[in-house]
Design a protein around this ligand. Structure first.
Ligand SMILES: CC(C)(COP(=O)(O)OP(=O)(O)OC[C@H]1O[C@@H](n2cnc3c(N)ncnc32)[C@H](O)[C@@H]1OP(=O)(O)O)[C@@H](O)C(=O)NCCC(=O)NCCS
Length: 156
């Protein structure tokens, strides 16, 4: 498995498996190629979009966004906002764990102190994944649970 930054050429595969996650009821946000490009590849607020690939197949990606004042998730400005999407064909095979190792390095490079992950309250796999990565619940909003990772004290 190769971990690298996502590029424009990855958009078709990224969009395709996000649409499969939608069909499985595991995603509510858009998944079309334009959304993928604007949100995960070319967004000015994007700090990193780590992508896992094997033999030309995109296995998953994890985006790290800089929380600006007024951001969609109402995250404290200056934090990072993380989102993780793994191809359902390779779930629970360590892709998410490998992606977070790369994202964590990126967050340290940008000297972020805290990361937010906002997860649907019924998304057991998302909640389990972020808990396993060392994120801790810090607030709840209707329908979602927000978890925080502290880069200064988080587990290696
Ligand atoms: C959540 C998600 C990112 C996990 O990615 P993954 O590649 O399957 O995760 P990994 O295989 O690296 O798992 C790492 C650890 O996370 C936890 N975990 C992963 N999937 C889990 C599940 N279904 N239930 C409980 N814990 C889980 C486990 O502790 C796991 O370690 P283990 O397998 O040694 O027990 C992936 O399932 C996914 O993309 N889901 C759909 C989108 C989503 O919910 N994104 C996150 C919320 S926005």
């Amino acid at each position: 498995m190769l971990i690298r930054q996502a590029s424009l050429a990855d958009i078709p595969q990224m969009s395709a498996f996000l649409q499969r996650l939608q069909a499985l009821g595991k995603r509510t946000r858009p998944a079309d190629p334009d959304f993928v490009r604007d949100t995960y590849i070319t967004s000015a607020d994007k700090l990193s979009c780590a992508l896992a690939e094997k033999d030309g197949i995109v296995l998953g990606f994890q985006v790290l966004i800089y929380a600006k004042p007024g951001n969609t998730y109402d995250v404290t400005p200056g934090w990072g906002i993380i989102g993780t999407h793994v191809n359902p064909d390779v779930a629970r095979q360590g892709v998410g764990k490998a992606l977070f190792a790369a994202t964590r390095v990126a967050a340290q490079t940008y000297e972020l102190e805290k990361l937010d992950a906002t997860i649907g309250e019924e998304n057991a796999e998302g909640l389990g994944y972020y808990a396993a990565m060392g994120f801790e619940t810090y607030r709840r909003k209707p329908g979602v649970i927000c978890k925080c990772f502290e880069l200064t004290t988080g587990a290696a």
